[in-house]
Design a protein around this ligand. Structure first.
Ligand code: HEC
Length: 232
């Protein structure tokens, strides 16, 4: 028979297990990372990391709503934990204009402080997108890719996001300024043009904001020995 004593024991055991897990998983990480502030740029008058535009922040919602995080991570691991750096996922042009021309590094918690929702992800079916803006230089190449991922890889398992675009009749003499420049096979019928919706524009602004071309000096342990492909 369950007596009040049994119940009390069960209750306190339950409380202890829950309290222990909550302290380890919520309180300690919050104490460690919850108050991270931007830091002054060494030798400059900017702060690091810098924030993205409002449109890019709106794009975070589109990224979340379309499940990109199920196939893409946004975390570049240290060399001892994976081959992310070798794959080029940690490389972006140096935005400070100084040498070296490119910065290759893992990501640190401070990199994420401006992001409303952080999309670390745990599945690397597609490439890591931490520095995707370093690989796609302009909006049109990203639009083209989202419209038809098979442009870059004919066997792509990435779904096409055509609902982020509308096809409409060309109103004037020439296609509108924001109309996509598409390959022959994706071209709409003559007299029509493909335009990104506002969700599509926000998503691409978000993707173009993803580059970590700055160093975080106090967190960066300095140059790391880059593993070669053979050593992985
Ligand atoms: C079902 C899995 C899947 C989903 C969901 C997915 N992708 Fe992908 N994505 C891939 C794969 C796989 C690749 C690798 C290249 C290829 O096969 O075309 C890729 C490649 C990419 C690339 C090119 C990366 C590079 O540097 O080469 C971009 C950009 C991209 N995806 C963006 C997105 C966005 C934005 C979303 C959400 C709207 C999304 N993906 C959703 C699987 C996915």
């Amino acid at each position: 028979m369950i007596t009040p004593v049994h119940f009390r024991k069960f209750f306190f055991a339950f409380l202890a297990i829950f309290g222990f897990a909550w302290t380890g998983l919520v309180v300690l990480p919050w104490m460690q990372l919850g108050h991270l502030q931007p830091m002054p740029q060494p030798g400059g008058n900017d702060i690091l990391p810098w924030d993205a535009s409002g449109l890019a922040h709106a794009g975070e919602r589109v990224y979340a709503a379309n499940g990109c995080v199920y196939c893409h991570t946004q975390q570049v691991r240290a060399p001892q934990s994976g081959a992310d750096l070798v794959r080029g996922w940690g490389t972006a042009p140096n935005e400070s204009g100084d040498k070296p021309a490119e910065i290759t590094r893992r990501t640190f918690p401070r990199d994420y402080i401006w992001q409303g929702q952080v999309f670390l992800g745990n599945n690397r079916i597609g490439a890591d997108l931490t520095n995707v803006a370093a690989r796609f230089k302009d909006a049109n190449s990203l639009y083209r890719y989202l419209y038809d991922p098979s442009v870059l890889n004919p066997h792509s398992s990435m779904p096409a996001y055509r609902f982020l675009f509308t096809t409409r009749r060309v109103a004037g003499a020439a296609p509108a300024e924001g109309a996509l420049v598409l390959d022959a096979r994706d071209k709409p019928a003559p007299g029509y043009e493909v335009i990104p919706t506002s969700d599509g524009q926000a998503l691409v602004a978000y993707l173009l904001s993803l580059k970590k071309g700055y160093d975080l000096p106090d967190e960066n342990p300095g140059p790391v020995a880059m593993p070669t492909e053979e050593s992985q």
